[in-house]
Design a protein around this ligand. Structure first.
Ligand code: ADP
Ligand code: MG
Length: 726
């Protein structure tokens, strides 16, 4: 992802009407017009899926102005942005399309049968008439709408070809073309609808009502009427209706619907639970933290919809080429009529051959090959709790050569625990106990959000220590903290803190203390020094050591990445070299970059991009945001709980499941292979048929079958990605 320099841009996704035809040339025309609108930077329009995604400069224009600009182009838009996505590709619409296809078939067969049996010609022509009207209906509508935007598309090609066949007395061939054309269009709409609905079914898993506790009684309340702060009850086997925090009870939740994690997650008071997941065991009381429409699962669904509205680069290219290609096919057809006629060929056979050429050369399969695959891939990710923020990132995921991981909270569980409190002998006149040392440290750390700080405070609380107040707290990123406790300044930090922040002060006992620190670190413990300053004299009081559990599946995940062909795996951390190296050895990481300040993480990613070109960065999204933004592909974990990750990352894992990282790269690679196969089928069919026609000619029905057959084939091949499990 590229970091945009000024100005800050916003993106909105407008739901627009879907259009019956196949081509996107009309959408391209609308894109061009919208790009001319003031303040607009980028536009993706698709009539096929019914969306317009506009990136714009907030200070120049507004979403409302842009919606109006779309309306001004005679494109109707859906006004309720919160309406569920499938209202755009409704089932009733699909059903009508299917009926039209059926009528086309009946008309075509009637025409064929009565013609063959030499029945009344009225019936023959009636049959073909029905086939032409119903088979051509949506295509003609699409073609006319595109023409009104002063563009031509493949729908127009198909209509002209059918009428051409009719004009040379081949009504059956024309009817068959329209039949297969409308059939494959309906299949495409079904395929696209499937990839949209795949996600929507998630929200339907959520119950409509919650059991709310009111004055000790359970009342059934529809989820839309539940307020933040209400408490509801779930029993074993119940679906959890809303996002909240457990207030009492213990149990396990199956969060697969949201995060794709198959292992149940233990829940106890203070833990976050999510609507749409299942409470497997234990009764829980849960306080609502988000209203239904803001829940993690609703956000996931809306994000997937937005993601599907962003075109992948391959698709942008193809959509841009549609119109020139169509014009090229028209030119070819005219040449195929004019040249033989000028050379004295027979009109009917020349025209027949030109129509065959026109059908064979039409790029329908090329045009559908990409969206069928990319939309399915995004939907498949959504069902696994993996949110690609756009089709572009699916393609990028296929290219990744190196992966960088943040250590704390990503490779480790992030549940840092204090393991050792060590007092330095003879540090002070009065003897300091380890309890006193811990409470001094906890006093300072109570002001910090750092994971080491939280572990320190939790340890003091566990031991029921009295923690004094601290004032004048200061934090030095990546190094340490200090504050005044009981009129003395307490410093807590790593060697770099003592070198740089206290560089000018002689610290009593520093040398042996640093040696001791090293010994702790060799054991794999992240360690800091605690010192006290009094009248400008600083004395080391002791050490605090911490550990954090490596995630059990980390080693397997790294191995999976290698078998996918990732060349180089790196760990980035602010923690010290020795601890980092130990974890790296344990899970099988190639390179360790330790003791990095936050801004150095960005520089390290830039350096990796120099060396490996396409680099993914995986982090928990809170303090890794700049690095996530710099990487070619930023992957944030734990998206269900936080919003921060959603802003900076390109791919968001809703849960904490590391196995989803190989899944992301695997899905990217699989999608790219599918695209290659699809484009090969599409261009192969065109090349083969056009070549044969030019050399010796093929019957029109065969060209029709080859053309429409390849279109259906690429749609179905793309749809297969919906089932990708990694
Ligand atoms: P990471 O997220 O990898 O732990 P940070 O940049 O947050 O990286 O921290 C790097 C190091 O800075 C820590 O390992 C610790 O030595 C020191 N440090 C940062 N904040 C604190 C703090 N509040 N208390 C003690 N040490 C800290
Ligand atoms: Mg971290």
């Amino acid at each position: 992802m590229t970091v945009t320099e000024s100005p800050p841009l916003s993106t909105c996704t407008v739901r627009i009407e879907r259009r019956g035809g196949r081509g996107e040339a009309g959408a391209q025309a609308l894109e061009r017009r919208l790009r001319e609108t003031r303040g607009v930077h980028d536009v993706d329009v698709s009539f096929r899926i019914g969306s317009a995604r506009i990136t714009y400069d907030d200070s120049v224009t507004s979403e409302e102005t842009l919606r109006q600009a779309v309306r001004d182009r005679d494109v109707s838009i859906q006004d309720d942005p919160d309406a569920p996505p499938d209202e755009v590709t409704s089932r009733s619409e699909l059903r009508r399309e299917a009926v039209f296809v059926g009528l086309t078939l009946v008309g075509m067969l009637t025409g064929l049968a009565t013609g063959w049996l030499e029945g009344p010609s009225l019936l023959t022509w009636g049959g073909y008439g029905v086939a032409y009207v119903f088979g051509g209906w949506y295509g003609l509508k699409g073609a006319i709408e595109t023409l009104r935007h002063r563009a031509v598309d493949i729908d127009l090609l198909m209509i002209v070809a059918a009428l051409g066949a009719l004009s040379i007395g081949a009504p059956f061939e024309g009817a068959m073309l329209l039949f297969l054309f409308s059939l494959s269009n309906t299949l495409q709409h079904y395929a696209i609808g499937r990839s949209r609905r795949a996600i929507k079914s998630l929200v339907e898993m959520r119950p409509d009502a919650a059991q709310i506790l009111r004055d000790g009684e359970e009342v059934t309340v529809p989820i839309d009427e539940v307020a933040v702060g209400d408490v509801f009850v779930v029993r074993p086997g119940d679906k959890i209706p809303l996002d909240g925090i457990v207030t009492s009870g213990e149990g396990t939740a199956d969060q697969a619907s949201l995060t794709g994690e198959s292992v149940p997650v233990p829940k106890e008071p203070g833990d976050e639970v999510f609507g749409g997941t299942i409470n497997e065991s234990g009764s829980l009381e849960i306080e609502v933290t988000r209203q239904a429409h803001e829940s993690a699962i609703s956000r996931l669904i809306h994000m997937v919809e937005r993601a599907q509205s962003e075109k992948a680069p391959t698709q942008r290219l193809i959509d841009r080429l549609e119109q020139p290609y169509v014009l090229g096919v028209f030119a070819l057809t005219i040449a195929a009529i004019a040249i033989p006629l000028a050379l004295g060929s027979d009109f009917t056979s020349t025209f027949y051959r030109a129509m065959t050429l026109m059908v064979a050369a039409s790029p329908c399969a090329v045009i559908i090959s990409t969206p069928a695959a990319v939309l399915s891939a995004i939907a498949s990710g959504g069902r696994q709790g993996v949110l690609f923020k756009g089709g572009e990132h699916v393609e990028t995921a296929a290219e990744i050569d190196a992966v960088a991981f943040d250590k704390t909270g990503t490779l480790t569980q992030g549940n840092t625990q204090l393991t050792d409190v060590l007092v330095r002998d003879g540090a002070t006149d009065e003897t300091l106990t380890d309890q006193e040392l811990l409470s001094l440290a906890a006093a300072v750390q109570a002001r910090s959000e750092h994971h080491l700080a939280r572990a320190t405070v939790a340890a003091a609380k566990d031991r029921s220590l009295d923690v004094p107040d601290a004032v004048r707290f200061q934090s030095v990123a990546g190094k340490g903290v200090n504050a005044d406790v009981e009129a003395r300044t307490i410093h807590i930090g790593n060697p770099s803190y003592f070198e740089t922040v206290l560089g000018d002060v002689a610290v009593d006992g520093l040398e042996p203390a640093l040696d001791r620190l090293q010994t702790l670190e060799v054991e794999g413990k992240t360690s800091v020094l605690v010192a006290r300053e009094h009248h400008g004299d600083v004395t080391v009081l002791g050490w605090l050591a911490f550990t954090d559990t490596v995630r059990p599946d980390a080693a397997e995940m790294i191995a999976d990445l290698r078998s996918l062909g990732v060349e180089h795996i790196v760990m980035l951390t602010g923690d010290n070299e020795r601890v980092a190296q130990r974890i790296a050895d344990e899970v099988g990481i190639d390179e360790v970059q330790a003791e990095l300040l936050p801004e150095e993480k960005v520089a390290t990613i830039e350096d990796l991009i120099e060396r490996y070109e396409n680099v993914a960065m995986v982090g928990d999204g809170v303090n890794d945001a700049p690095a996530l933004a710099t990487a070619t592909l930023g992957v944030a974990m734990g998206g269900a709980g936080t919003d921060v990750a959603l802003d900076t990352a390109d791919v968001v894992l809703m849960g904490d499941d590391l196995s989803k990282i190989p899944y992301v790269l695997g899905l990217g690679r699989k999608t790219r292979r599918t695209l290659t196969v699809n484009l090969t089928i599409a261009f192969g069919a065109i090349g083969l048929m056009v070549g044969t026609i030019l050399l010796r000619g093929i019957p029109l029905p065969l060209a029709v079958v080859g053309h429409e057959g390849s279109t259906v084939l690429v749609s179905l091949n793309g749809l297969r990605l919906l089932g990708y499990r990694g």
